[in-house]
Every structure is written in structure tokens, then in C-alpha cells.
Design a protein around this ligand. Structure first.
Ligand code: NAD
Length: 473
């Protein structure tokens, strides 16, 4: 009897669906099918795979209404669900356009080498079977972010979405079923952590997006099997607001970057450092703007912030707020998790009087909470921003691009927004690595992303007329 788990609706708080979790035998069967289908998928060539993914794009676009409805049930929010779908469609367009250039070879074949008489053919070969394991905060977007380049590179994929937001998977499966070339090549397996662990145990390369804690387990399991693991984990992104920055602009960008999607975003602004001379003015501007952002309740079309998606996250956010207040923080707005219609909502919360002894400054809160701390000079701002286990991304606001870059250059993070916040969520052109505990492995953005799925091969070709000077005799 397959294991079943309950699925909660974040708007009502009720567990009103069940999810059947694939066991290790089912995952292994899906892997066998994928391995059997992958050579045919690779043989289609880049143009054939692009055509199939364009068909998948169209199928998702045609099922926009069903996909939106499923994402709303999963996450309780509407605007961001629409944004997710648009972003996935744009990403499919972008990858389909760029893949032929990135996967093709340029120049003579074989190419000359440093050794006279020896030519070189570089002929990469994709990993046959890639696993993708995704979290609940952007269910569709983060499910597809590694799947699309992996498929274009010629790999087959097993995708294991989060058990907290699994409803969109049925719609995605229906879209995949409309593209015959993807039969067996892209398989969505439902389930929880045990299903995820079975995926790690069966694939040739694993892309994992989720918490540091699970990422460590996935990294260890992958290391034991000698398969590459690309880990995209948590963050505690700092924003630095310099004294000469446009404060209103900084307040607007920090508020959006710290609270959009209810703060459930790895590259969410989770700590703000404002220069002492402008600290109070900046906080006043931030609070004034924060008070205008409200819950998406009673209608899903209301307000800006949906409910806290995961029940476990409600307790983490509550704990961080209580810890901060107990240690002397002041709540300047928000601060109270309200249960409305069964869902848990938190309005944008600005805290002052914070320091690095507090959980809200050290651990990932993953909610719409903006603790603001003053700094005396750039050295202190950089020291505080870098005083973190995490190093995903950061933001710097200053009067000029050069001044902001001068501070940004000193930050230990892979993606740094200048005079805006959380831009890596919108612009995926640049290559970046997750620093420190925020992740492991090559860039999932920019051209390098697709090459993660290729094993490089070199054919070293001696011309028939030539003999090696080192051969005996
Ligand atoms: P999580 O680690 O609890 O779960 C993520 C996924 O891992 C789920 O699908 C889960 O079923 C699966 N899983 C659990 N145990 C497993 C195991 N032993 N082996 C294999 N898979 C297993 O994370 P979450 O709470 O769903 O997501 C929130 C976290 O994700 C936050 O820390 C957030 O910062 C992070 N995140 C990171 C990025 C990024 O790009 N760096 C993006 C989004 C979210």
C-alpha cells in the first residue's frame, strides 16, 4: 500500500487533499523508463529538443487557467502565481533561443592543438538522467528552473516537487503528455523527502533547491554515489543603504525585495543596514510604505501578500519575532501573525533595535520581516553584511553606481543588486555561484547553467600521415 500524506490549503488551513508518495520501486521504474527514452531524446539533436520544448511552452500557455488555479490552491496567492507562469514561459523562450548557440561547436573540427599533428574534437555528452528536487515557495518556477536546460542539453529528467505544494504537478503532467517526444523523458514523481532521497539514489546528477539542512543530506548522499550535486539553498540577504542613497527609492525596493511572495524567497532581503545619519528617515519611509501593503484577504485578488504557505514556516517566523522582541527589538509596523479564514497572514514587519544575537539577523526567517540596523561607516556595513553563514545575494544602495559597486565588491555573495533588490529573481543572464552555506556547484544562471548537464569529452586525433616522436623504435 503506497504511503499517503495530507496536503494543506494555506488559505483555509485545512488539510483537504492527499498525496500518494512514490516509493523507491516506483522511482526506479520511472528511472528505467527515462534511461530507455534518453538516447532517442539525445538523437533528436538540439533543434528537435528545442521544438519539443516549444511545444511544452505552448501547452503550458494553453493551460494557463488550470495552472493558475492549481498554484493558487498550492500557495494561496494569485499575483505571484501569474508571475511564476509568465516567468517559466519566458525562460522556455529564452533557453530555446539560446540553446543552439550554447550547445553547438564553433570553429574548425578537428581544431588544431598545441601539439603539431594532433587535432581536437570536443564532443560533450549529457548525463543520461538528471534529478530535480524543488521547494514550495515558487512551486512551478523552481521545478522548471533546472529541468529546462537539462532537457535541452539532452538529459532525461525525474522531477520531484515539494509535497507542501504538489497540486500544480498534475497540470504540468498533462502539459508534458501533449508532447510525445517528452514521453518518459520528463517524469514528475510525487512524494515527500523519502521519495526525494530515492531520486538522489537513482539519477546521474542531482539539482536540489531547498533548505541548507536537506541540502547537506542530499550533498552527502550524492557524494557517496560520486554523482555531481548542484545545491541551491537558503539565504539571509543583506541590503546596505548608504547615507547618500535615494532613500525613498531604497525603501521601495527593499520593501518589495523583502516581502514579495510573503518573503518566501531565497533571495529575499532579510537584513537591512542603513547609515546612521539617515537611519530614522529611512525607517520612516520604509514603515510608511510597508503600512500600505496588506493581506490578500478576504479575496485572493485583495492586497499584496498571500498567506504564509507552509504551516511549519508560521512557527519559525513567530519564533524569530518573539526572540527579537524578547531581546529588545522594537516592532515599527506589522509584527502580528493573524489567522484569517484559517490562513496565517503577516503584514510587512519592520523591526529596529536589532543586533546579531537575534535569530532574525542570523537564521533564515523566510517571511515578510525587515529588521533594520544602523552602521557607522562602509567598513562596518561590510562587516555586518558578511557576518552570516549564508552568501546567496545582496543589495547596495548609494548615490552613484560606482559608489554602490565599491561596497558591493566587498560582499561575500554571488548575486549583488545595485540600487535595486533581489534582481537575480528577474534577470537570469548573469552567471553566479551561491557562496558559503547557500549552495554548491556551478551557476544555474547564464550560459554555464546548461553546461552543468554535459560531461566533456575530448577526441585527440592524430592525422594518419603523422607518427609520434615518442613511440618506441
Ligand atoms: P526543504 O529542504 O524542506 O525541501 C525541499 C525539497 O527537498 C522538497 O521537495 C522535499 O520533499 C525534499 N526533501 C526532503 N528531504 C529530502 C531528502 N532527504 N532527500 C531528498 N529530498 C528531500 O526546503 P523547503 O522548505 O521546501 O524550501 C525552502 C528552502 O528552500 C529555503 O531555505 C529557501 O531559501 C530555499 N530556496 C533556495 C533557492 C535557491 O535558489 N537558492 C530557491 C528557493 C528556495
Amino acid at each position: 500500500m503506497a504511503r499517503q500524506i495530507g496536503v494543506r490549503d494555506p488559505r483555509t488551513g485545512r488539510t483537504d487533499e492527499t498525496l500518494r508518495c512514490a516509493d523507491a520501486a516506483e522511482v526506479a521504474a520511472a528511472a528505467d523508463r527515462a534511461r530507455a527514452a534518453q538516447p532517442g531524446w539525445l538523437a533528436l539533436g538540439t533543434a528537435g529538443r528545442v521544438a519539443a520544448l516549444r511545444a511544452l511552452r505552448d501547452a503550458i500557455a494553453e493551460r494557463d487557467t488550470a495552472m493558475t488555479a492549481a498554484l493558487v490552491r498550492d500557495t494561496g496567492r494569485l499575483q505571484v502565481s501569474r508571475l511564476e507562469i509568465d516567468s517559466v514561459l519566458a525562460s522556455l523562450d529564452r533557453w530555446c533561443e539560446r540553446a543552439p548557440g550554447l550547445l553547438g561547436t564553433a570553429g574548425p573540427d578537428p581544431a588544431p592543438t598545441s601539439m603539431p599533428g594532433i587535432g581536437l574534437r570536443q564532443a560533450p555528452l549529457p548525463y543520461p538522467l538528471v534529478g530535480a528536487i524543488s521547494p514550495w515557495n515558487f512551486p512551478l518556477l523552481l521545478a522548471m528552473i533546472d529541468v529546462v536546460p537539462a532537457l535541452l542539453a539532452g538529459s532525461a529528467v525525474l522531477l520531484k516537487p515539494s509535497e507542501i505544494t504538489p497540486r500544480f504537478a498534475a497540470v504540468l503532467r498533462a502539459c508534458v503528455a501533449e508532447v510525445p517526444a517528452l514521453d518518459g523523458v520528463l517524469t514528475v514523481v510525487d512524494g515527500d523527502g523519502a521519495t526525494g532521497a530515492a531520486v538522489v539514489d537513482t539519477v546521474d546528477l542531482i539539482c536540489f533547491t531547498g533548505s541548507v539542512r536537506t541540502g547537506r543530506a542530499v550533498g552527502a548522499a550524492a557524494a557517496a554515489r560520486f554523482i555531481p550535486a548542484f545545491l541551491e539553498l537558503g539565504g539571509k540577504d543583506p541590503a546596505i543603504v548608504c547615507a547618500d542613497a535615494d532613500l525613498d527609492r531604497a525603501a521601495q525596493a527593499v520593501l518589495y525585495g523583502g516581502t514579495v511572495n510573503t518573503g518566501h524567497s531565497c533571495m529575499s532581503i532579510e537584513r537591512v543596514y542603513a547609515a546612521e545619519p539617515v537611519f530614522e528617515e529611512f525607517v520612516d519611509l520604509l514603515v510608511a510604505r510597508a503600512r500600505k501593503v496588506g493581506p490578500a484577504y478576504p479575496e485572493v485578488t485583495d492586497g499584496e501578500l498571500g498567506p504564509i504557505i507552509s504551516a511549519a514556516q508560521v512557527e519559525i517566523i513567530r519564533d524569530h519575532l518573539a526572540d527579537a522582541v524578547a531581546r529588545g527589538a522594537s516592532v515599527r509596523c506589522g509584527g502580528e501573525i493573524r489567522v484569517l479564514g484559517g490562513g496565517a497572514y503577516l503584514e510587512p514587519t519592520v523591526l529596529t533595535g536589532v543586533d546579531h544575537s537575534m535569530k532574525v539577523m542570523r537564521e533564515e526567517t523566510f517571511g515578510p520581516v525587515l529588521p533594520v540596523m544602523a552602521f557607522a561607516d562602509a567598513d562596518e556595513a561590510v562587516r555586518l553584511a558578511n557576518d552570516s553563514e549564508y552568501g546567496l545575494s545582496a543589495a547596495v544602495f548609494a548615490a552613484t553606481t560606482e559608489a554602490a559597486l565599491a561596497v558591493g565588491e566587498r560582499l561575500e555573495a554571488g548575486g549583488i543588486s545595485v540600487n535595486d533588490a533581489s534582481l537575480t529573481g528577474f534577470v537570469q543572464d548573469g552567471e553566479k555561484n551561491a557562496f558559503k552555506s547557500s549552495g554548491l556547484g556551478g551557476s544555474r544562471m547564464g550560459p554555464a547553467s546548461i553546461r552543468r548537464f554535459q560531461r566533456q569529452r575530448s577526441f585527440l586525433i592524430r592525422s594518419p600521415e603523422d607518427r609520434a616522436p615518442w613511440w618506441f623504435g
